[in-house]
Design a protein around this ligand. Structure first.
Ligand code: ARG
Length: 589
């Protein structure tokens, strides 16, 4: 099914050509959804764009085009508004005619892309034996949704969890393992015990302000890196234990990965990589370390290896090998790119990582391109911070950083109260299932409904509210669509072929439902799941208005068939849309 904007675009382009205007090469009128429904369903600013180019009057130009525009079977005669907008109102016949094909389409009208890409998505990536903090929550939830949307659109997606399993923290953990670990506590709750060990020693190091503990830890790290058997065994155990408890979090969140290629996986590739970078002249020695510098090819403002200070441009090299021989985060990331190019044949690699790592990614992308990875499209899908009610970084009451598992558990707990209130007659088992769906959905949705770059305040009351742009509100709309068919006592599979739209609410809802096909691809334009969230919120609102204004089961004949079809399509679009955001739906709540 070709979307309405696409059809309008074709017809409008034909009119522009027929009107005899000299069009710039590749000219395509852009059709967008009307900002105000009083002006119709769609609008176009092409006359204004073109008039600027041709130095003519935009309104007159728009008038000349709509005079010969042929919208037969699609829309009313367009109107010109304001400085030269062309407004389109679809005909009720055109809207009605689409019900049958939409009902027959299991993809809710969403077409697959014509040229699928091999996309690697790097997200979540927590660090072993350190808590998975709120930054990792954002990465996990946004990354998973982008993976779902890309797959649905037909791209070939590889999800890769670049676990931090080879950092300097292992010096501390190994020393702690040998000296203060409680085997009993480890058996009971491995990640909590590893974290305790890490924290105790970390605090000790800070308090000492000296060298004692930190020196031993460094020695343990060097031994590990040199392949010491005992330390490698401890490291392996720590990684396995942490991966186990992570698996639990991912299962709860319904997030999966094709690969868990952590930093350690690239260990053997690092030394040869540094040699290669030196041979290419991309990296060189500086004060005993090996660093990547600017290639001098870009203007300083576009050069990730330059920074302006007091009016002067200074070098900001990226270190890839320390003077003691150790490798760094950037070295591993460059080796990772080689692997993803070779093994996954990546056309695009997306990194869902917080804003603070922006310079790091600009530098490694630049270096990778200079190394020959010119046909990969790199993208840092950055995000801001989650704040507490005090607008400071989100912390627990005792000031610790918040752990994902605790957030999920608390959310499920609070959701149980919502279910209890709304539907006390459900069984305990049903309530528990529904609380899990709502609780986890609320955490995910409060993330996905935000513009990823803005910092947002984490608010339990708001995210679990049944009103407003929240998971419970959307789930409730879905539940309402299902309740109709439950009351009817059957799942309708045949809606007939005769439909008639009589109410404005029906038309508005239906046009909204068709726009699902326009919205899903938009998510990937700038990697923004909130485009889809906003759409689903509007769809839910539109459904509620329809539902309140138009009786379904109490209506008759064609009207009833039409309204049942609308309920069915709303149900499908909401379920599919929520699924693309990674939310499970429930039939009751
Ligand atoms: N482990 C890193 C962190 O917690 C994130 C890794 C992101 N991915 C990457 N390829 N650098 O900050």
């Amino acid at each position: 099914m070709t979307t309405f904007p696409k059809l309008l675009q074709e017809k409008l382009l034909a009119a522009f050509i027929k009107a005899g205007h000299s069009l710039p090469a590749g000219f395509q009128p852009q059709i967008s959804q009307a900002t105000d429904s009083r002006f119709g369903h769609y609008q176009c600013n092409a006359a204004m764009v073109l008039a600027k180019e041709l130095r003519s009057n935009p309104r007159a130009l728009a008038e000349s085009v709509i005079a010969i525009f042929d919208g037969a079977g699609l829309c009313e005669t367009p109107t010109v508004a304001g400085p030269g907008f062309i407004n389109f109102t679809l005909t009720t016949e055109a809207i009605t005619a689409r019900i049958t094909p939409m009902l027959a389409d299991a993809r809710c009208g969403v077409a697959k892309v014509k040229a699928p890409l091999r996309i690697v998505i790097d997200f979540s990536a927590p660090n072993i034996a350190k808590p998975m903090h709120v930054g990792h929550i954002r990465s996990t939830i946004i990354g998973d949704s982008l993976a779902r949307v890309s797959r649905f659109l037909g791209h070939e997606v590889t999800t890769d969890n670049h676990i931090g399993d080879w950092g300097t923290q292992f010096g501390i953990i190994i020393h702690g393992w040998k000296t203060i670990l409680s085997q009993e506590a480890l058996d009971a709750n491995p990640s909590a015990e590893l974290l305790r060990v890490y924290k105790v020693l970390n605090d000790q190091i800070k308090a000492e302000d000296g060298t004692e503990t930190i020196t031993v830890c460094r020695q343990e790290l060097v031994k590990l890196q040199q392949g010491d058997e005992e330390n490698l065994t401890i490291w392996r155990r720590c990684v396995d234990l942490s991966l186990n408890s992570l698996a639990n979090v991912y299962r709860l969140l319904d997030v999966s990965f094709d690969h868990f290629l952590g930093e350690s996986f690239y260990n053997d590739a690092l030394a040869p990589l540094v040699e290669k970078l030196k041979a290419y002249g991309i990296a060189r020695e500086s004060d005993g370390a090996i660093c990547i510098f600017s290639d001098g090819q870009k203007s300083p403002a576009d050069d990730p290896f330059k920074i302006q200070k007091d009016g002067e441009w200074l070098d900001v090299p990226a270190m890839i090998q320390k003077s003691d021989g150790g490798f760094l985060y950037a070295t591993t990331d460059l080796a990772t790119i080689d692997h993803r190019a070779r093994e996954f044949k990546a056309d695009a690699i997306w990194y869902v990582v917080g804003v603070p790592q922006q310079l790091h990614f600009r530098q490694i992308f630049d270096a990778a391109i200079r190394c020959g990875h010119t046909d990969i499209e790199f993208k840092h899908v950055a995000f801001g911070s989650i704040l507490g009610q005090d607008r400071k970084p989100f912390k627990t009451r005792s000031g610790e950083s918040v752990e994902l598992l605790d957030v999920i558990e608390e959310s499920i707990d609070r959701a149980r109260k919502v279910v209890e209130e709304k539907n006390p007659e459900l069984t305990t088992g049903e309530k528990a299932d529904i609380a899990e769906i709502i609780g986890i959905g609320a955490v995910k949705y409060s993330e996905l409904s935000q513009n990823r770059l803005t910092d947002y305040v984490f608010d339990w009351e708001e995210m679990l509210s049944l009103r407003g742009n929240t998971a419970p509100y959307l789930l409730n709309a879905y539940v309402r669509t299902r309740a109709i068919f439950r009351k009817l006592g059957e799942d309708v599979t045949d809606f007939g072929t005769e439909f008639e739209l009589t109410e404005e609410n029906e038309v508005a809802l239906l046009v909204k439902l068709y726009q699902f096909a326009e919205t899903v691809p938009e998510v990937l334009t700038d990697h923004r799941p909130n485009m889809l969230a906003t759409y689903l919120f509007e769809t839910a609102k539109s459904f509620h208005s329809f539902f309140e204004a138009c009786p379904v089961l109490r209506s008759e004949g064609v009207t009833r068939a039409t309204r049942l079809a609308l309920c069915e399509l709303s149900s499908r679009v909401l379920r599919q849309g929520l699924e693309l955001l990674g939310l499970r739906v429930t039939e009751r709540m």
